[in-house]
Write a protein that binds this ligand. Structure first.
Ligand code: CP
Length: 313
């Protein structure tokens, strides 16, 4: 079993073996979720705090349900209704949560590195649920889980990530995860949102969408991260869709077995044609379902859980 970490802060620092341990553990938890009684006592007596200082639907709700399925006590911290609004620092807020015996803090924050900063002085386990444009490790893990489930492997696959790469924490975490697991990664998007420096992460970079998707086994679409862009990065949404959106005409030029992914939230008619999002080739809803099992696995492992063999049979 290759996991001895107290925190999950990023994918960059994980080994392929550690990633595979999370995926194997998640597979065991997915099987638990298919039983009549979906709860296990793995985190009984532990307290999980969801500290989301940025909006979220999928990540926040699936961490909450994951903690409940593991029989933990769960506190959902609302930044808007908290003393952060009165000038309390993030560090003081986290210390107060720890004073209430939080064992795990799951944090989303707009500042890159915020969870790494808190992990330096907290006794609680810290799980990064997305930090600025830096990383979103559980998204990459659930994406890897979904690809392995649908394709039977990751090694040797062609994975294309298409969209706003520059501002995407999902892109960075996916690049690390996919390359560590042996996939060939192609990145595509407007040149203003895809600097050549991404080649240094072991990816092919192209600005030609047809070239990017022609040999892809997986096409992972990203939305435009307007909330992180400080200036206009392309002339209009219409032009973006025309040049980079996944339309039916473009999909027809891909391999028939190529599957479509998106971390959500999707912007229908912008980066993805609405019918493609709802089609049989779309894994978007499977990704959300698998997020629950992956987050159960992460909560379990950071508190000393013993990999897939430690999940109650
Ligand atoms: N994919 C993802 O992180 O979605 P949320 O922002 O809704 O959590």
């Amino acid at each position: 079993m290759a996991w001895a970490r107290k925190h999950l802060l990023d994918i960059q620092s994980l080994s392929a073996e550690e990633i595979l341990t999370v995926l194997d553990t998640a597979r065991a938890f997915k099987a638990v979720g298919e039983r009549a009684i979906k709860k296990v006592p793995a985190l009984r007596g532990k307290t999980v705090v969801n500290l989301f200082v940025e909006p979220s639907t999928r990540t926040r709700i699936s961490f909450e349900l994951a903690a409940q399925r593991l029989t933990a006590d769960v506190i959902n911290f609302s930044a808007e209704a908290s003393s952060l609004k009165k000038g309390e620092t993030l560090k003081d807020t986290a210390r107060n949560l720890e004073a209430l015996n939080a064992d795990i803090i799951v944090m989303r924050h707009s500042a890159s590195g915020a969870p790494h900063f808190l992990a330096r002085f907290l006794d609680a386990s810290m799980i990064n649920a997305g930090d600025g444009a830096h990383e979103h490790p559980t998204q990459a893990l659930l994406d890897a889980f979904t690809i392995r489930e649908k394709k039977g492997k990751i090694e040797g696959l062609n994975v294309t990530i298409l969209g706003d790469i520059l501002y995407s924490r999902v892109a960075r975490s996916n690049i690390w995860a996919m390359t560590k697991l042996g996939a060939r990664v192609t990145l595509c998007g407007p040149s203003t949102l895809l600097p050549r420096m991404f080649e240094q992460m072991g990816c092919r970079v192209t600005y030609n969408v047809d070239e990017a998707i022609a040999d892809a086994d997986i096409i992972n679409l990203l939305r435009i991260q307007h909330e992180r862009q400080r200036k206009t990065m392309f002339p209009s949404i219409g032009e973006y869709t025309g040049l980079f959106g996944l339309t039916q005409a473009r999909l027809a030029r891909t391999k028939p077995e190529a599957l479509i992914m998106h971390p959500g939230p999707i912007n229908r008619g912008v980066e993805i044609d609405s019918d493609i999002a709802d089609s049989k080739r779309s894994l978007i809803i499977d990704q959300v379902t698998n997020g629950l099992a992956v987050r159960m696995a992460v909560l379990f492992l950071v508190t000393g859980g013993q990999g897939p063999q430690g999940v109650a049979a």
